[in-house]
Ligand binder design. Structure first.
Ligand code: GYE
Length: 334
C-alpha cells in the first residue's frame, strides 16, 4: 500500500479521522507527527480504490458519481481510480481486470447487469483484492466473491410505487405502460417485480412494457411508440425519473397533459424529477438515494483494516407526492 504524506492545516482533521478509522491497518501514523515545526506530515496508508461506474445515463448516476468522487479523496485517505463503462458489461469486466493488474487495494463497482460476474470476481479473489458492490446487485450463488453490497431495496421501491397507484387509482380500470430500466439490471428486474406484486389483485393492468435503458432520450422514444400504439393509456410507471421526463415530452407532443390525462409514477427523486412532480407533471416519485460515497468509504476502510462488515447494507428511501415535493425541493441535495 502506498504512503501518503499530507501537510498539517485544513487537512489535518480529516487525516486524523482517516487515521483513526484505519487504525488497525498495517501502519500507524508516527507518534511524533507534527513535531518538526509546521511542515510536519502525518503518514498514513492511502487506500487505492478502483471504481467501475455503470455510465452517465441519468441524473441519479451523475449524483452517485459525484458522491463517490467527493468522498473518496486524498484528504479522506483514498486514491480513486474511476472508469465509466458506458452501460456495457464488457467495459466493466475490462476495467475490473485492469484494476486487478494494477494491484489496487479494493475494487468497487455498480454492476450494469446482474449476471455474468463470477469469472472476473474469481480473478479478483485469487489476487486477494476485496470487492465491494455499490448500488446494484450481482446474481451469484457465491457470496464470498464480494465483501459487501451497499444499495437500496429496489423491490421495495417498485412496491411503494405500486401501492400508491392502487391507493389512488384502483377501481378505475387503469391501463398502465411500463418504461423499464436496462434489461437485466437489478433495479429493472426488482422494480418490475415489486410493482407487479403490489398491483396484483387491483384492476390496474400493465398493457405493455419496454426498456428505455434508464435514459431520457430512450424513455421519450419508447413512450412515443406506446402513444402511437394505444390511445387509452392512463398511467406510466417509469423505472427512473429520466425516462419519466422523456415520457412527459412525448405526452405533451401528442397533445395530452402529463400528470392529468396520463398519470406518471417514477423512481429516483433527483432534482429534475422533483421539479416535474412539484409542477404537477409527475404524480408520485419513490426515492432512490444515490449518495453512496460515505458508506463506500467507511466499508472500504473497514475491509482494509480486516474488520467484519455486513454483507448487505440497505439504503433507506422515502417517497413524495406533489405537495411533499414542493416542500422538499428547496433543500434537495441532488
Ligand atoms: O434508478 C437510475 C440509474 O442503479 C439505482 O440506475 C440505479 C439506477 C437509477 O440509471 O436512474
Amino acid at each position: 500500500m502506498s504512503k501518503n504524506f499530507r501537510r498539517v492545516g485544513a487537512a489535518l482533521f480529516a487525516t486524523l479521522t482517516a487515521t483513526a478509522l484505519v487504525a488497525c491497518s498495517s501502519e500507524q501514523a508516527p507518534s511524533d507527527a507534527g513535531s518538526d515545526g509546521g511542515d510536519a506530515a502525518a503518514a498514513t496508508d492511502t487506500i487505492v480504490l478502483g471504481f467501475s461506474q455503470v455510465g452517465a445515463e441519468s441524473g441519479w448516476r451523475a449524483a452517485n458519481t459525484k458522491s463517490i468522487q467527493d468522498t473518496l479523496t486524498a484528504e479522506n485517505g483514498f486514491e480513486l481510480k474511476f472508469s465509466d463503462a458506458q452501460q456495457k458489461q464488457e467495459n466493466q469486466i475490462q476495467a475490473i481486470r485492469s484494476y486487478i493488474q494494477q494491484g489496487v487495494d479494493v475494487i468497487a463497482f455498480s454492476p450494469v447487469v446482474e449476471t455474468g460476474w463470477d469469472a472476473v470476481l474469481q480473478e479478483a479473489k485469487a489476487a486477494n483484492i476485496p470487492v465491494i458492490l455499490t448500488d446494484r446487485a450481482v446474481d451469484s450463488t457465491d457470496d464470498t466473491l464480494y465483501e459487501s453490497f451497499i444499495g437500496s431495496d429496489f423491490v421495495l421501491e417498485g412496491q411503494m410505487a405500486g401501492e400508491w397507484a392502487v391507493e389512488q387509482y384502483d377501481g378505475e380500470g387503469y391501463k398502465a405502460v411500463e418504461l423499464q430500466g436496462t434489461t437485466g439490471a437489478a433495479p429493472m428486474i426488482d422494480r418490475q417485480q415489486g410493482f407487479a406484486d403490489a398491483i396484483a389483485g387491483s384492476d390496474i393492468e400493465v398493457i405493455d412494457s419496454q426498456t428505455g435503458n434508464f435514459t431520457r432520450t430512450e424513455g421519450k422514444q419508447v413512450m412515443e411508440g406506446f402513444l402511437q400504439k394505444y390511445d387509452d393509456i392512463d398511467l406510466v410507471f417509469a423505472h427512473n425519473d429520466d425516462m419519466g421526463l422523456g415520457a412527459i415530452e412525448a405526452i405533451e407532443a401528442a397533445g395530452k397533459v402529463p400528470g392529468e390525462d396520463i398519470k406518471i409514477i417514477t423512481v429516483d427523486a433527483v432534482k429534475d424529477g422533483m421539479q416535474a412532480l412539484a409542477d404537477g407533471k409527475i404524480n408520485y416519485i419513490v426515492e432512490c438515494n444515490p449518495l453512496l460515497g460515505p458508506d463506500l468509504a467507511e466499508i472500504a476502510k473497514k475491509v482494509i483494516a480486516g474488520e467484519e462488515v455486513p454483507k448487505r447494507i440497505v439504503v433507506k428511501d422515502e417517497a413524495f407526492d406533489q405537495e411533499a415535493a414542493k416542500e422538499a425541493l428547496p433543500d434537495r441535495q441532488y
